[in-house]
Design a protein around this ligand. Structure first.
Ligand SMILES: [Zn+2]
Length: 411
């Protein structure tokens, strides 16, 4: 294999991935106007339905523009030996491999972030604004960006520096050490996410004593689930869209409700949503996902260790001095079809788990409040009621609203 043929394989992967993605989007868009299934006719009234149609079309067109732009930039960058250019800049500041890698990734990340910012600005302040979702102020938008970049620099930079150091000290065995590092890190962030990461972006307050809290406790006790940490987060600071999630485990286990969810749903509906989340715990989905992602990370790192020392990877991207950091980028591009494949498989499991969690809520609480909460959440996010099956198969981590309603109402 020559560097040139590897280069063309990379280009082919990028283009095929783009085409497949656009075909799925177009298939999905062709079904926007499908008749609404009978079970879902009460989700929207006429005006809201029209609004949801406009929202879908607007997002479809916007997605087409942004993905085409990013395809062109990526291809131009590869065609013009952009990686060699950035690598040369990084090497002019240091001859230490880890420092070079940090500068290299710093430039790439910052550059791609700068290119993406106008699009995310437009998405937030024009599209989401027009449809009444946006609550983000310009100050929050800028602060979020800065905090995100800073976190990326510290956490991403720290992990990268350690992994390269493992590689330099242990050679091919670096993948075992890197795996242990990533595993410890992901278990740690999983555990302390609510304490360490969330406060950087949001305010969390314990759910005040009262009827809702009593109803939640009553349900949790009835299924023998220890749930005393219930927090409300100020999601309304950024968007009107609502959500609820569990995080942490053991003594750090807590549930977080968006203030928008508390406002939009009735108490019974909130308890039903929590019953669904408790189902994920009781059916061991959380553990399954954590173990599966650790195994996948291990596999990826192992495959990386086989190829990373091959100078062909760097040469394929037109970089003269082979290095770990350029090899990593080439590997990432070549590996993307495999990670798409594992993404499918994980989505497949995820949809199965959603049914199981819904069944758990149905069996230990009630199904109708969950049905009505899912409908309200769909309505409030103007979601698509008639997605194309192929699109669902590839992209959806949850079954469609119709499938969930049918399952919840099945005797
Ligand atoms: Zn779920």
């Amino acid at each position: 294999m020559t560097p040139t043929s590897l280069f063309y394989i990379i280009i082919a992967i990028i283009i095929i991935d783009f085409i497949v993605d656009k075909i799925l989007d177009a298939l999905n868009a062709k079904h926007y106007n499908d008749p609404i299934p009978e079970e879902l006719t009460d989700v929207y009234d006429q005006a809201e339905y029209q609004k949801s149609q406009d929202y879908k079309t607007t997002n479809y067109k916007f997605g087409l523009i942004t993905s085409t732009f990013s395809l062109i930039v990526t291809l131009a960058f590869l065609g013009l030996d952009g990686f060699e250019f950035v690598d040369t800049i990084a090497r002019s500041y240091s001859d230490h491999n880890i420092i070079i890698a940090l500068i290299f990734f710093g430039i790439i990340m910052l550059g791609s972030d700068l290119l993406n910012t106008p699009f995310s600005y437009y998405k937030t302040f024009v599209i989401e604004e027009r449809f009444g979702f946006n609550k983000t102020t310009k100050a929050t938008f800028i602060l979020d960006k800065l905090k995100g970049l800073l976190m990326m620099a510290i956490i991403g930079g720290g992990l990268l520096a350690l992994i390269i150091w493992f590689y330099e000290v242990t050679g091919t065995y670096f993948w075992l050490y890197a795996w242990a590092l990533v595993a410890l890190f992901s278990i740690f962030t999983n555990m302390f996410y609510a304490r360490l990461i969330v406060p950087i972006f949001n305010k969390q307050t314990p759910l005040e004593a009262g009827e809702l809290r009593d109803k939640i406790s009553e349900y949790a006790n009835s299924v023998g689930f220890n749930l005393n940490k219930i927090f409300v987060i100020d999601g309304s600071k950024r968007s009107t869209k609502a959500n609820a999630y569990f995080s942490g485990f053991g003594s750090e286990k807590r549930v977080t409700l968006y203030d928008t969810l508390v406002n939009d749903l009735e108490d019974e509906e909130i308890v039903a949503v929590l019953a669904h989340e408790v189902g994920h715990y009781k059916k061991k989905h959380i553990i399954f996902n954590l173990i599966a992602s650790l195994l996948l990370t291990g596999l990826t790192l192992f495959i990386l260790s086989i190829f990373i020392s091959n100078p062909l990877l760097s040469q394929a991207l037109g970089v003269e001095t082979p290095s770990f950091h350029v090899g990593l980028i080439a590997f990432g591009l070549l590996y993307s079809p495999i990670s798409e494949l594992t993404g499918f498989v994980m989505n497949h499991f995820s949809r199965k788990f959603e049914y199981q969690a819904d069944d758990y809520a149905k069996n230990t609480y009630k199904s109708e409040p969950l049905v009505s909460s899912l409908k309200k959440l769909s309505k409030n996010s103007l979601s698509n009621l008639t997605p194309h099956p192929a699109y669902v198969w590839v992209h959806y981590s949850h079954p469609t609203l119709l499938e969930r309603v049918r399952n919840l109402r099945r005797e």
